[in-house]
Design a protein around this ligand. Structure first.
Ligand SMILES: N[C@@H](CCC(=O)N[C@@H](CS)C(=O)NCC(=O)O)C(=O)O
Length: 254
């Protein structure tokens, strides 16, 4: 049995959902609502000491770290293979998995925090945010979180993140040209595509598609990856998305 502890609107969780969908493997949902600090509750921390989503439990065995989970699933359910057999192509795939983990993910966290998470105070009200933050075991971090979600958005940090993100998209454009496409590592759809898809999905939801405008190979890849049934199965539904530029906080709540 596969259990996935996850939050719908999380790029790391989408990566795992998309891998499961590619493999056609059924899984059981274990919801973790991060803005209510479910991930800091002792039961969850026993599975994931870092208090982060996702966590996979396969027949009682726990695996953490989304990229590691994706590789574990590919090794456990070999069809269809999501890693190239050729060592160099496999190394290239891992380079792009790391590109996401070390750079792109951090950049979208900066953008998301300032553009989306700041809307929580208006959406839910301070009473609710304070009530939820009492579930955080570290009082200082809970206070810091409340200050960050209520303070003004740091649009300077967003602009800087956008500039860096564009540089990575230019690199991706060259990689797609060098590999010959249509996927990041060439003609095989791999875990590299699965890792980058949730990133471009979040950027689209943040209304920032201009970050790959004029980069023909990336534009084509974004359109192509969206067409995959696994993308449709794994992307959060509109209802499960956090408030953001494409889902404004309803007037009544504001
Ligand atoms: N390297 C970890 C990162 C996990 C991570 O940062 N998850 C985010 C959601 S995408 C999270 O749990 N955020 C909640 C928090 O930071 O409190 C992985 O790939 O699993």
């Amino acid at each position: 049995m596969i259990e996935l502890y996850q939050f719908w609107d999380s790029p790391c969780c989408m990566k795992v959902r998309m891998t499961l969908a590619e493999k056609g493997v059924d899984w059981t949902l274990r919801p973790v609502t991060t803005y209510k600090f479910d991930h800091y509750q002792p039961d969850y921390q026993a599975l994931n000491p870092h208090s982060l989503v996702p966590t996979l439990v396969h027949d009682g065995k726990v695996v953490i770290q989304s990229g590691v989970i994706a590789e574990y699933l590919d090794d456990t359910f070999p069809d269809p293979p999501l890693k190239p057999a050729d060592p160099l192509a496999r190394a290239r795939m891992r380079e792009w998995m790391r590109e996401e983990e070390e750079f792109l993910f951090r950049l979208i966290v900066t953008m998301s925090f300032n553009i989306m998470m700041k809307l929580r105070a208006r959406a839910y009200g301070m009473d609710k945010l304070q009530e939820w933050s009492r579930r955080h075991p570290d009082r200082n971090r809970a206070r810091d979180y409340l200050q960050r979600v209520t303070g003004p958005a740091d649009m300077g940090a967003v602009a800087q993140a956008e500039q860096k993100f564009r540089w990575h998209m230019e690199r991706l454009d060259r990689q797609l040209a060098d590999s010959g496409g249509p996927w990041i590592c060439g003609d095989q759809f791999t875990l590299a595509d699965i890792c980058i898809a949730p990133i471009t999905d979040r950027i689209e939801y943040l209304d920032r598609e201009h970050l790959w405008r004029g980069l023909p190979a990336v534009e084509a890849w974004v359109a192509r990856v969206r067409e995959r049934p696994s993308f449709g199965a794994a992307a959060p539904s509109f209802e499960d998305r956090m408030y953001g530029p494409k889902k404004p906080v309803p007037e009544a709540a504001a």
